[in-house]
Design a protein around this ligand. Structure first.
Ligand SMILES: NC(=O)c1ccc[n+]([C@@H]2O[C@H](COP(=O)([O-])OP(=O)(O)OC[C@H]3O[C@@H](n4cnc5c(N)ncnc54)[C@H](OP(=O)(O)O)[C@@H]3O)[C@@H](O)[C@H]2O)c1
Length: 245
């Protein structure tokens, strides 16, 4: 992309040490953004950061957000780097045990999946609200899933958590509209990542779009001049589209 659509926008992407979060971070950095990567492993984050354009402009935060205090740790670390936040993307997520019927679903896994996929995005948004309020046309993006609109056998807590994310998106969007903070959700669709490979071990990953392929809708939502809020968008509809238009 030749025009820098996200010039100097400060963008925190949870779960961006790899997968969709990292792919979106790469495209954001190419578009002039200041990206803050996030994950749990400092070594992995350091390597991921080195892959971004203008690495001196980028940073990372380590925080396990699947703990009651994790959101606060992440928010405090962010505030040590920047006082305002323009774009917050919630990409951290876990699948949980794949293809286990609810009748046998382990309660501990239920708690973990619901916390990381649903409670953490709520707590992280809440903790970073003061920084978002100082942002320039701020944009919050939740990462949903097709099983967040239509339940499917074997998808257990993951599916339920993504139904919750759709609700969280709508409530935050309605509450923050008057303040000019836009809130939307994106369903990536099947994307070439570790999580997808764990869910579909028999699938040939080369048949799937890469995280960079599905990034255009994220770029469009992150732009300061995009106006939509309260929507749930399909990343697949945007593959190959120019987010400048
Ligand atoms: N891939 C798909 O086909 C697909 C389809 C629909 C929706 N999604 C959604 O897209 C999002 C990204 O998925 P992905 O496929 O990119 O998954 P992924 O490759 O497994 O990446 C998950 C990311 O979450 C981070 N993470 C996991 N546990 C964490 C914790 N406790 N604290 C902080 N960070 C944590 C991981 O970082 P560390 O492990 O380094 O900490 C990693 O950066 C998820 O919300 C997923 O539900 C994916």
């Amino acid at each position: 992309m030749s025009i820098e659509l996200l010039s100097d926008r400060i963008c925190l992407i949870t779960g961006s040490s790899r997968g969709i979060g990292l792919g979106v971070a790469r495209v954001f950095a190419e578009n002039g953004a200041s990206v803050i990567l996030h994950g749990r492993d400092e070594n992995v984050l350091r390597q991921s950061l080195a892959e971004l354009s203008e690495p001196q402009k980028q940073s990372y935060i380590t925080a396990d957000i699947n703990t009651p205090e994790g959101a606060g740790v992440l928010a405090r670390a962010f505030l040590r780097l920047h006082e305002k936040l323009d774009v917050l993307i919630h990409s951290a997520g876990i699948l949980g045990p794949p293809m286990i019927p609810l009748a046998e679903y382990p309660a501990e896994s239920w708690k973990d999946v619901l916390h990381l996929n649903l409670t953490a995005p709520f707590l992280v948004t809440q903790a970073l609200l003061p920084a978002l309020r100082k942002g320039d046309h701020p944009s919050v993006i939740f990462v949903s899933s097709g099983v967040g609109y239509k339940g499917r056998a074997g998808w257990g807590a993951y599916s339920v958590s993504k139904f919750g994310v759709e609700g969280l998106n709508q409530v935050w969007a309605d509450e923050l509209e008057a303040e000019g903070i836009r809130v939307n959700a994106v369903n990536p669709g099947g994307t070439r990542t570790q999580m997808r490979a764990a869910a579909y071990p028999q699938e040939d990953p080369t048949t799937l779009p890469t995280p960079e392929d599905i990034a255009p809708v994220f770029v469009w939502l992150a732009r300061a001049d995009t106006a939509v809020s309260g929507q749930s968008l399909e990343a697949r509809d945007w593959v190959g589209r120019d987010p400048a238009i």
